[in-house]
Design a protein around this ligand. Structure first.
Ligand code: ADP
Ligand code: MG
Length: 265
C-alpha cells in the first residue's frame, strides 16, 4: 500500500516501492528549532533535489535521516523499516542505525576521505570491516568502482595528492561500495573549483540515469532541474514549496521561492 504521507514526492501515482519516508521531522539545537516539521517521501529511483538558502536546514535534514544528528522528533522509515527512536530522538537500537547507515551512503561537501589511507583502502574499509565482505572480493569491487568514476589509475594514491574533483569522485566510489539503497548528497560540488564541478556532476548524472535513489542537496539549479524528478524548497526549516522541476523552477508559487531562484540564477 502506498503511504498516506501528505508530502509524498509522487513522481508517479502508481505504488512504486518506497525508499525513504520522513514524517514531521523536528530538530532543535538547544533552544533553536532548525527543522520545524519536514515530511517527504522518496520512492525507489527518485532523485529528489533539496534547495534552499544557507541555514535553511538542508544539511541537518540529511544528517537526521541517517542519524548523524539526533532528530528531536518525527518518524524515519528506510526501505519499509522504521527506525526505532526514543523520546529524546536517539536511536533505540545502535545495530539498526549501523545497518541503516550502510544502506544510505552519504557524500559530503568536503569529501571526508580518510587522509592517511589510499583510495583503495578508503573504499574497502566499510565493506571489509563493517559488512564483513571478504577482502579479495571488496578489492575487486573497489577497482570496478574506481574505474567507473574514472579513477582506475589512482587506487594507491592518497587523497592529498588528488584534485578536489578526483577526491569527490573517489568519495562517490566509496559510497557505492556498500551497494546503498539510496544516496544522500550534501552539496557535493560546492567545495570544488568551477572547472572541476562538471566531472563530479557527470558521475552523479550517470547514477541518476541508472535509477539510483537519491536525495541531493545542491545549489546547482540547472543540474537539479535536469536530474531531479522532484524538487523540495526549504525555507527556515520548513518545506515552503515542492513539486516537479518544471513547476518549481518555471512556475514557482511562493514569493520566497521566486526570490530565492532569482538570487541564485
Ligand atoms: P543548510 O545546510 O541549509 O545551510 P544547516 O542544516 O547546516 O543549513 O543549518 C541550519 C541551521 O542550524 C543553521 O542556523 C545552523 O547554524 C544551525 N546548526 C546546524 N548544525 C548545528 C549544530 N551542530 N549546533 C548548533 N546549530 C547548528
Ligand atoms: Mg548545508
Amino acid at each position: 500500500m502506498h503511504p498516506s504521507a501528505a508530502a509524498t514526492s509522487a513522481a508517479t501515482e502508481d505504488a512504486r516501492e518506497e525508499a525513504i519516508r520522513v514524517t514531521d521531522l523536528h530538530k532543535s539545537f538547544g533552544s533553536v528549532e532548525v527543522l520545524k516539521g519536514v515530511s517527504l517521501t522518496a520512492n525507489k529511483g527518485d532523485v529528489v533535489a533539496i534547495i534552499g538558502g544557507s541555514g535553511s536546514g538542508k544539511s541537518t535534514m540529511l544528517r537526521c535521516i541517517n542519524f548523524l544528528e539526533t532528530p528531536s522528533s518525527g518518524q524515519i522509515v528506510i526501505g519499509g523499516e522504521e527506525i526505532a527512536m526514543r523520546a529524546d530522538g536517539t536511536a533505540a537500537n545502535r545495530r539498526q542505525i549501523e545497518r541503516i547507515r550502510t544502506r544510505l551512503a552519504m557524500v559530503f561537501q568536503q569529501f571526508n576521505l580518510w587522509t592517511h589511507r589510499t583510495l583503495l583502502e578508503n573504499i574497502i574499509e566499510v565493506p571489509v570491516h563493517v559488512l564483513k565482505t571478504p577482502r579479495a572480493e571488496a578489492v575487486t569491487r573497489a577497482r570496478e568502482l574506481l574505474a567507473r568514476v574514472g579513477m582506475a589509475e589512482k587506487e594507491d594514491a592518497f587523497p592529498a595528492f588528488l584534485s578536489g574533483g578526483q577526491q569527490q569522485r573517489a568519495a562517490i566510489a566509496r559510497a557505492l561500495a556498500v551497494d546503498p539503497s539510496a544516496m544522500l548528497f550534501d552539496e557535493p560540488t560546492s567545495a570544488l573549483d568551477p572547472e572541476l564541478v562538471g566531472e563530479v556532476l557527470t558521475v552523479i548524472r550517470d547514477l541518476a540515469a541508472e535509477g539510483r535513489t537519491m536525495l541531493l542537496v545542491t545549489h546547482e539549479m540547472k543540474f537539479a532541474r535536469e536530474v531531479a524528478n522532484h524538487v523540495v524548497y526549504l525555507f527556515k526549516g520548513r518545506i515552503e514549496e515542492q513539486g516537479p522541476p518544471a513547476e518549481v523552477f518555471e512556475n514557482p508559487k511562493s514569493e520566497r521561492l521566486k526570490q530565492f531562484l532569482s538570487s541564485v540564477s
